[in-house]
Design a protein around this ligand. Structure first.
Ligand code: MGD
Ligand code: MGD
Ligand code: SF4
Ligand code: MO
Length: 695
């Protein structure tokens, strides 16, 4: 065999922002190129399965449009006109802009901004070390988990849950508010295996007919933002029909008698009017979970992206506490395991130099922050300079018009470190080219399972690309930020982190590839008590405390329900805005990532608006016609796709396409509101009232 074409299999971990965090086996061809990417069969959650977009990763990593040299803006902001410059000049310019902002407005005028384009802890969170060492404005990450986590923690007190691999022992799996077939394929693998092996029933709850809904035995299509009503009616039936586990309730929950009384009026007829479901469907669902103790509730993020989302997630979480499913293997609930890893992140994030008096600016309110709204700035100085890594706010953040206005400010300096010339990079003053995960070392925790994993560098990056860690360290030196980790290699930082966290060193983890950190059954099922002093699940949460870190956060600024309920605070339809829009994920993209790769674009085609045929007829629009949708925040035009799987009055647009893919150059987030969602902030991405007309 020709040496140049020799194929070597290397271990890795998928870095994308997905609960599955798959263990990978990657073909390296001729030492330099990536071939096929497969799931590692031996890792018990991945179980040999990965999604198609990552299987064809060679398309992304060897993409001809990858950034490979630093760029300096030479045209107006957003024009995309840049000239190549050297790394030293680029870094010097960024450092000079940061120092200048600091001199004129103080260190809080610099706002390092990042998210989870890579979930590797060193490359994602190392930017925090620069923030803390310089006392730059801190980053309050709310865009994804900000609503869901408080909903879970309000009930359980801890961000852990039943081992998702226990689905193999479940008789019923409820996939609630997540389109798992698209967003976390492994969850479907485990659920479908349980159906094949033991006849487990799969229930899905969504607002339109997704692929997950099509694969379910019972598909419940609710009106957006009404899951709290569904959960209440299910619990009403459970009490009514003797399926409430009274011994469990007495021992493990806070106010079962108050709950039962409160639910008297929340019957299926009441919920049917709110959710749009038939009474019979609600009764069937309640009977199924009532009679099936081994029911596994897999609660996703999607249904939390509503103004009442935290309350709805908590309401769904109350169902297994009523049936006592938690006491059974294969029963209980799961949302995220992010609370099990307990890593000591001192070196990664520079926690030893963090000053909690420095203001924290809300990621989701980036438009308001850049617009200088005093409340968003916490009454402090304006933001004058930014470094952006692993995120694309000009596409993914709400109120796109406001965000774009902010990035257009002539007095704002922006450096974007990226793999592609994204919409955000187009607005940068300096663009820096970044490595991809197979080109650097990193450590990964997971939301959707329990493995701590290491992924070693597999190939050399294109000449010119530098990792996030390299960029942070080089900037730190230039702006006078001090911390020992700036001088350490990623491997040394990971080794320190593992040792200090009690997980041995890097050599052992690299040898083992992953550590299974699943807490014992009793702990994961809260059989030793929930995470509150009295050990009891909260039907009546204290919403002001439903957060993992109470670092200066004021919660529950709105009047949240004291017991699970339908909390009607969502954007409501009216004569001027007769439709509700959900902006759901696309199967072949991952947020705005993969919007550059040919196969993903081919499969997703173009931005489209799913609309019920009767609603389309009302607008006089046929399949493929151009439709304009809008509200007070903005408007955009896209092609109609007639689809009876969207309910009457509900529009769905999948995918975070770049603005240029839309006919008017405005992305879907032009319509989404940037008001802060209760109790601690976040975005109601699927809670958008709009008008629609044939364009
Ligand atoms: N292919 C693909 N995979 C992804 C992503 C992607 O963009 N594409 N994104 C990744 C990221 S960052 C995350 S956080 C996860 C998120 O993954 P999920 O937990 O699946 O959450 P969402 O993608 O927000 O939405 C899931 C579903 O919730 C539905 N939904 C909206 N409103 C409601 C409601 O009120 N009630 C109910 N019951 N359902 C509702 C939406 O229509 C959608 O089908 O997926 C990750 N994986
Ligand atoms: N309308 C609507 N908007 C949404 C959502 C929705 O459902 N609907 N979902 C929301 C959710 S859940 C989330 S999590 C956010 C996600 O929003 P983002 O965090 O912006 O998500 P990605 O599109 O994955 O963007 C990551 C960017 O990071 C870059 N990147 C990846 N790895 C690296 C690296 O190692 N170094 C550097 N420097 N860059 C890297 C990628 O090229 C990509 O452009 O979007 C939110 N926005
Ligand atoms: S399913 Fe998620 S974690 Fe697994 S390969 Fe695909 S994007 Fe990565
Ligand atoms: Mo997310």
């Amino acid at each position: 065999m020709n040496a140049a074409a020799e194929i070597v299999r290397k271990p890795s971990v998928c870095p994308h922002d997905c609960p599955s965090v798959c263990a990978l086996e990657v073909e390296v061809v001729g030492g330099a190129r990536i071939g096929r990417v497969r799931g590692a069969p031996a890792q018990t959650y991945t179980s040999g399965v990965v999604c198609a977009k990552v299987a064809r990763y060679s398309e992304r990593i060897h993409h001809p449009d990858r950034l490979t040299e630093p760029l300096l803006r030479v045209g107006p902001k957003g024009s995309g006109r840049f000239a190549p410059i050297g790394w030293d000049e680029a870094l010097d310019r960024v450092a000079e802009a940061f120092l200048d902002a600091e001199r004129r407005f103080g260190p809080e005028s610099v706002w390092p901004y990042f998210y989870a384009g890579t979930m590797g802890l060193v490359m994602r969170d190392g930017i925090e070390r620069l923030t803390h060492a310089k006392r730059y404005s801190r980053f309050y990450g709310t865009i994804c988990v900000g609503i869901a986590w408080p909903g879970w923690v309000a009930g359980t007190g801890r961000l852990i849950g039943a081992d998702p691999r226990e689905m193999a022992k479940s008789d019923c799996i409820v996939i609630w508010g997540t389109n798992a077939a698209a967003t976390q394929v492994n969850l479907m693998t485990h659920a479908v295996r349980a159906r094949k092996a033991r006849g487990a029933k799969i229930v899905a709850v969504d607002v339109y007919e997704t692929e997950t809904m099509r694969q379910a035995d019972l598909a419940l299509r609710v009106r957006p933002g009404t899951d709290g009503a569904l959960a209440c009616a299910v619990m009403h039936v459970l009490f009514r029909d003797g399926h409430a586990d009274r011994a469990y309730l007495e021992r493990y929950t806070d106010r079962p008698a108050d709950l039962e009384a409160h639910l008297q009026t929340r019957n299926p007829a009441w919920a049917a009017a709110i959710t749009g479901l038939d009474v019979a469907a609600i009764e069937d669902f309640a009977a199924l979970v009532g009679k099936t103790k081994r029911t596994f509730f897999r609660l996703g993020y999607g249904f939390s992206r509503q103004r009442n989302g935290a309350a709805n997630l908590h309401a769904a979480l109350c169902v297994p506490a009523v049936t006592g499913a938690w006491a059974h293997e294969g029963g209980g609930a799961f949302h995220s395991n992010s609370g099990i890893f307990k890593l000591k992140k001192t070196m990664i994030e520079g926690l030893d130099v963090r000053d909690s008096r420095v203001r924290r600016l809300d990621q989701s309110r980036i438009g308001a922050v850049l617009a200088g709204e005093p409340e968003a700035l916490k009454e402090g100085p304006p933001v004058m300079a930014m470094l952006i890594q692993n995120t694309n706010p000009l596409v993914v953040a709400p109120n796109q018009a406001k965000v774009r206005r902010g990035f257009s400010r002539e007095d704002l300096f922006v450096c974007v470190h990226e793999q592609f010339l994204t919409d955000t990079a187009r607005y940068a003053d300096v663009v820096l080219p970044a490595t991809m995960f197979l080109e650097h070392d990193d450590l990964y925790t997971a939301g959707g399972h329990q493995h701590l994993q290491f992924a070693p560098k597999a190939i050399e990056p294109p000449p010119g690309c530098r990792s996030n860690h390299e960029v942070i360290a080089a900037l730190a030196e230039r702006v006078g930020a001090r911390h020992p980790a700036f001088a350490m290699t990623p491997r040394a930082i990971i080794d320190w982190t593992l040792r200090e966290s009690g997980y041995g060193g890097l050599a052992a983890l690299e040898e083992a590839r992953w550590l299974d950190l699943q807490p014992p059954f009793e702990e994961a099922h809260f059989l030793e008590g929930f995470g509150f002093p009295d050990g009891k699940f909260r039907f009546a949460p204290d919403w002001t405390r439903a957060h993992l870190s109470n670092d200066g956060l004021r919660g529950a600024w709105r009047d949240m329900p004291s017991l699970p309920d339908h909390w009607p605070v969502n954007e409501s339809v009216d004569d001027r805005h007769p439709f509700k829009l959900a902006t759901s994920p696309a199967h072949n993209f991952l947020n705005s990532s993969f919007t550059q790769t040919a196969t993903s674009i081919l499969r997703e085609r173009r931005p489209e608006l799913m609309i019920h045929p009767d609603d389309a007829a009302g607008l006089g629009a046929a399949d493929g016609d151009i439709v304009e949708i809008g509200n007070e925040r903005g408007r955009t035009r896209l092609h109609a796709r007639l689809f009876a799987g969207a309910g009457r009055g509900v529009l769905v647009s999948e995918g975070l396409w770049p603005a240029s893919a839309f006919l008017d150059g405005w992305g879907i987030n032009a319509l989404v509101g940037d008001d802060s969602v209760a109790p601690f902030g976040g975005v109601a991405f699927h809670d958008v009232a709009v008008w629609a007309r044939r364009a």
